[in-house]
Design a binder for this molecule. Structure first.
Ligand code: IMP
Length: 173
């Protein structure tokens, strides 16, 4: 079944914003040791454009997380299905996420990475849905702030569909 999709951010808007985020990030880290961590699967396109927009040296790695239970905080649990492989000790870590919604996923990842003796752990997210936030996590780099609504494209999916779209659209559910 195909859904009705309404464009929210065009491919060109996204590309321009990601280039600017890359410049911002490069100025912060300069020649410090830096590891960029892509949160699979949703951030894969954002990540691949962002790393090419960052002109300071860095390593890359990937995590995949699964969440179980309802989105209700008390019964929600998150676990790695793929952990990072790089040692982040004494390096700056930048988590690259597609969208921060309730904040539960990023809260989990921040906690997990903070015990690995990184120099710092920051978050870059393409999209931030502030209205639904349950956890007040610090987000250091935000592509776009959005209202509620389910978005797809540029890596984001609805039941594994639409990740390949070059733009970001709202799905009419
Ligand atoms: P959080 O733990 O509630 O912040 O959930 C973040 C994750 O939920 C993201 O990494 C996405 O995988 C998924 N998500 C939240 N909102 C959307 C959306 O509008 N479209 C697609 N995925 C979403």
């Amino acid at each position: 079944m195909q859904h009705t999709l309404k464009e929210v951010f065009s491919a060109q808007e996204i590309q321009e914003r990601v280039k600017n985020l890359g410049k911002e990030i490069s100025q912060i880290y300069k020649d410090e040791p830096l590891v960029l961590i892509c949160v699979l699967k949703g951030a894969f396109l954002f990540f691949s454009d962002l790393v090419r927009a960052i002109d300071c040296p860095h390593e890359i790695d990937f995590v995949r997380l699964a969440s179980y239970g309802s989105s209700d905080t008390s019964s929600h649990s998150i676990a790695f299905t793929k952990d990072i492989e790089i040692n982040v000790e004494d390096k700056h870590v930048l988590i690259v996420e597609d969208i921060v919604d309730t904040g539960l996923t990023m809260e989990f990842l921040l906690k997990q990475l903070s015990v690995r003796k990184a120099k710092s752990v920051k978050i870059a997210t393409l999209l931030s849905k502030k209205a639904r936030r349950e956890k007040a996590i610090p987000i250091d780099f935000v592509g776009f702030y959005i209202q509620d609504g389910f978005l797809v494209g540029y890596g984001l999916d609805y039941a594994e569909k639409y990740r390949y779209l070059p733009n970001i659209c709202e799905v009419e559910l």
